[in-house]
Design a protein around this ligand. Structure first.
Ligand code: ADP
Length: 459
């Protein structure tokens, strides 16, 4: 089986790099040592030839001529394994280590490997020709032995260095991978359902960022899980009341406490309508909260939207004896909205205002421009909301008056959905209220700009 663990791969990668580097060092060292030896030998030859020239100069200076120089030249030639030829100023060979050219006229042209120099200092006594031969057998053997030993030491050093480096690579890889291992275990546990898993984020760099990202993901998952659980609990709670009401009526009819007459059926129908409204609202809320509401946005005239929506609610206001008024700034800019959704938001706010405003009260709908935004507000002269309830009115199922029946109080989802719809349009929803004075709900929508226009055409 192939070992695919990260630790194995890291060690393998480290090892390959180390071994290739050491091999390169080995090859280079062996080659450069041999080259260095060769250079050293050449320098030695040059030095020896220079020394020989000096001793020949002295010889001539002392003896006055070349008589008797042959044995000396022969001796040096055999000692260093050189071919040495000495000629006098006329070019006649006076000494030859091989003794073959003695007393002949020497006229060889210079060759590679041959050193030629003039003998004498102020005046010339002759010429020295030196031709170093290939190193003698013994010297060659010695040289290759030295090279072999150097190679062996290098090889040994390489093996020790490789072993030490691989051990170090193993140790370092384990250290580097320790946080990855911790993270992997945490991911496994999280995947198995333990949402409390978190990892330390003390590591710097990529691993630290990975750990932070993991923790953020775990937080988000846990939050979503809590929200979902809370949602289910809330929904169960909300469904329980109308359902137990329905069951209560049915039992009463069965026990003949209530007559199955028109009135009972109407009450049962009311509870069923309430239930289906609740289910519809829940479905809408889940779409809005998931950010999946499909908006058909177009540049719209808000003044027209406000007029149309309030006109449709005038009858309800009249029936409650509440004055429904509107006030709109001139030349309101266009806004890029889904007409029906924003109309739904406005209807919900006006509906709430009408239900919380007593007879003779007033509900005012206003639309005005505030910078890059258009603001729509719905104010009423109703009962108002206590400061401690105010922060929660947009929470789902929140009802200020807990004793209100659901038939009159609604599902408690209207404001949550409205706020979600406004936010889906890039706007914001706010509320101000004073108990006994009235409330003002207002939302903003971004003004339709040339950029939006360009984006629209491009789309
Ligand atoms: P509901 O379906 O109960 O009206 P909403 O989400 O529309 O649910 O409103 C939440 C709560 O906020 C309401 O139960 C009500 O107590 C309070 N509320 C909303 N609008 C007003 C208002 N104009 N005046 C006073 N209280 C309000």
């Amino acid at each position: 089986m192939k070992n695919r663990s990260l630790l194995f791969r890291l060690i393998a990668a480290f090892s390959v790099v180390i071994i290739v580097a050491l091999l390169a060092v080995f090859v280079f060292m062996t080659w450069s040592t041999a080259a260095e030896f060769e250079r050293f030998r050449e320098r030695l030859d040059t030095q020896r030839a220079a020394d020989l020239r000096i001793s020949l100069t002295r010889y001539h200076a002392t003896a006055g001529d070349w008589t008797g120089v042959q044995p000396y030249v022969k001796h040096i030639g055999s000692m260093w394994d050189w071919r040495i030829i000495v000629t006098d100023t006329d070019g006649t060979v006076v000494a030859d280590s091989d003794e073959t050219l003695l007393d002949t006229q020497y006229s060889e042209s210079p060759r590679a490997g041959r050193l030629m120099s003039n003998i004498g200092e102020r005046q010339s006594f002759g010429t020295l020709y030196v031709e170093p031969q290939a190193p003698p057998g013994a010297e060659r053997a010695l040289l290759s032995l030295a090279l072999e030993r150097i190679g062996l030491f290098l090889l040994l050093g390489m093996i020790v260095a490789s072993a030490a480096s691989v051990a170090l690579a193993w140790f370092l890889s384990r250290r580097i991978l320790a946080p990855v291992r911790t993270l992997r275990l945490a991911v496994q546990k999280l995947g198995a359902g333990d949402l409390t898993q978190r990892v330390e984020t003390t590591n710097l760099g990529d691993l630290g960022e990975l750990a932070s990202a993991f923790n953020a993901m775990a937080n988000a998952l846990q939050h979503m899980n809590n929200v979902q659980r809370q949602m289910i609990a809330d929904v169960a709670h909300e469904l329980r009341t109308p359902l137990s009401n329905i069951r209560g009526y049915i039992e009463a009819v069965r026990d003949r406490i209530l007559e199955p007459d028109e009135e009972t059926i109407a009450t049962l129908d009311g509870e069923a309508i309430l239930l289906s409204r609740l289910v519809d609202d829940l479905q809408e809320l889940s779409i809005v909260e998931a950010g999946q509401m499909a908006l058909e946005r177009q540049p719209e005239d808000l003044a027209e939207l406000v007029t149309h929506t309030t006109d449709a609610m005038a009858t309800a206001a009249t029936a409650k004896n509440v004055q429904l008024e509107r006030r709109m700034a001139d030349n309101l800019p266009l806004v890029l909205i889904d007409y029906h959704r924003i109309s739904q938001v406005l209807r919900n706010l006006v509906d709430n205002a009408l239900s919380h405003t007593g007879e003779g009260g007033c509900v005012m709908v206003e639309a005005s421009r505030a910078g890059d935004w258009v603001q729509v507000s719905v104010s009423d002269t109703g009962e108002g909301i206590e400061p401690e309830d105010l922060p929660y009115v947009f929470d789902r199922f929140y009802r200020v008056d807990k004793s209100r029946t659901r038939a009159t109080g609604g599902s408690g989802l209207g404001l949550t959905i409205s706020k979600g719809l406004v936010e889906a349009h890039g706007g914001k929803m706010h509320v101000e209220s004073r108990r006994g004075v009235g409330s003002r709900f207002y939302f903003t929508l971004p003004v339709f700009t040339e950029d939006d226009h360009a984006g629209e055409r491009a789309a």
